[in-house]
Design a binder for this molecule. Structure first.
Ligand code: SAH
Length: 353
């Protein structure tokens, strides 16, 4: 029995699946899901993320959140949260960098939103001896000041795709062609959720919707607006996205999203506009990751780390700095959106929205 067998049986019984249903099973099926069953990060895995590239990433994000906490009067206790923490590397780097901020650790209650049991165990190890609480639903974030980071979390949430057909939309779905999976299109239907997109698209354009994202952004923004706090959301994507951005990555190579379901990482670009619009808090301007990290002082931090290094270790540090910040690497493709209370200023490193 494989995930392909299960999906094929489901399609025979219920008809073609939305891309979101397909993505959801591929990533999080309890027995066969990509994240549910493995640790996919790092050189030996399928892909590398910013916190796995360099400790500087988590350190600088941690100091930015701690500065926002100080600026807002050091509320205690507060929730220190991460969405989709992967191996827990970012939180471990954040905790180490903020050790010297008086009162920050004593007041922090760490909460991790993570669905994968394999990764929860890795995260617990990574942050030990610090303790965390794990949740699967953002609504379980405590009613308290919230300082939150989410790196490459929203891109893993299932999306639906719709092709414009006159004033209606045809949903792109996953069906069967013989025994293999194939893409198809449902009959045209009106889609009230896409009413606004009739104004900025043409016949034949494809738009994506991430059904879970606005609810999560609303919950985070509501905690921040009501109790104080700040959120840093980092991902690849843009404002008002257009076109098919579903992609599959395996062994650091792009592959067919329908080949070997459950064996590749599936992601889609994040529509930051949908997150900002859903949040009752204020939002920053959407800022390229490279610009943000430069504002936070990544070059000075890299120079300090470089001082005792030479040879291969120094080369690796220079390469990591470049990879995180350079416009041809992650610096421009990845964007940062901040949430802050409407009565407070934006986070360090981010212009007001
Ligand atoms: N932030 C980490 C990992 C990014 S990968 C890093 O930068 O390295 C995406 C993470 O989100 C994984 O930890 C994955 O298990 C988690 N995740 C994906 N979908 C999720 C969902 N619906 N609910 C909770 N966690 C999810």
């Amino acid at each position: 029995m494989s995930l392909l067998d299960l999906l094929a049986a489901r399609i025979r019984a219920e008809g073609p699946l939305s891309i979101a249903d397909y993505m959801g099973d591929c990533l999080m099926h309890p027995r066969f899901g990509y994240y549910a069953t493995r640790d996919p990060f790092g050189a030996a895995g399928d892909f590398t993320t910013a916190p796995e590239i360099s400790q500087m990433f988590g350190e600088l994000l941690g100091l930015a959140l701690a500065q926002a906490w100080v600026d807002q009067g050091r509320p205690a206790p507060f929730t220190l949260a991460e969405l989709g923490p992967g191996r827990g590397t970012l939180m471990a780097d954040l905790l180490r960098a903020t050790r010297a901020v008086p009162g920050f650790h004593a007041a922090a209650r760490i909460v991790m939103l993570e669905a994968s049991p394999v990764l929860r165990a890795r995260q617990a190890q990574a942050i030990a001896p610090a303790q965390a609480t794990w949740i699967t639903d953002s609504q379980d974030l405590p009613q308290a000041p919230l300082y939150l980071v989410a790196n490459e979390f929203f891109d893993a949430l299932p999306i639906r795709q719709f092709l414009r057909d006159g004033g209606q939309w045809r949903e792109r779905r996953v069906g069967l062609v013989g025994d293999a999976l194939g893409f198809g299109l449902a009959a045209p239907m009106p889609q009230p959720a896409l009413a606004a997109r009739l104004g900025d698209t043409r016949d034949g354009d494809l738009v994506e919707l991430c059904p879970a994202a606005p609810g999560i952004a609303r919950t985070i923004g509501a905690r921040i607006e009501a109790h104080g706090g700040a959120a840093l959301i980092i991902d690849y994507g843009g404002w008002h996205s257009l076109g098919d951005t579903l992609q599959a990555l395996r062994d650091h190579q792009y592959c067919d999203p329908l080949a070997d379901p459950g064996q590749a990482d599936l992601t889609a670009h994040v529509d930051f506009e949908a997150l900002a619009q859903a949040s009752p808090s204020a939002s920053s301007a959407l800022t390229p990751q490279g610009v943000f990290l430069e504002h936070l002082g990544i070059t000075a931090r890299a120079q300090a780390l470089a001082a005792p290094l030479s040879g291969a270790a120094l080369d690796a540090l220079v390469a990591a700095h470049r990879r995180l910040t350079h416009p041809e690497e992650m610096g421009q493709l990845f964007k940062v959106l901040g949430f802050h209370p409407s009565h407070a200023g934006p986070l360090p490193g981010l212009p007001a929205g």
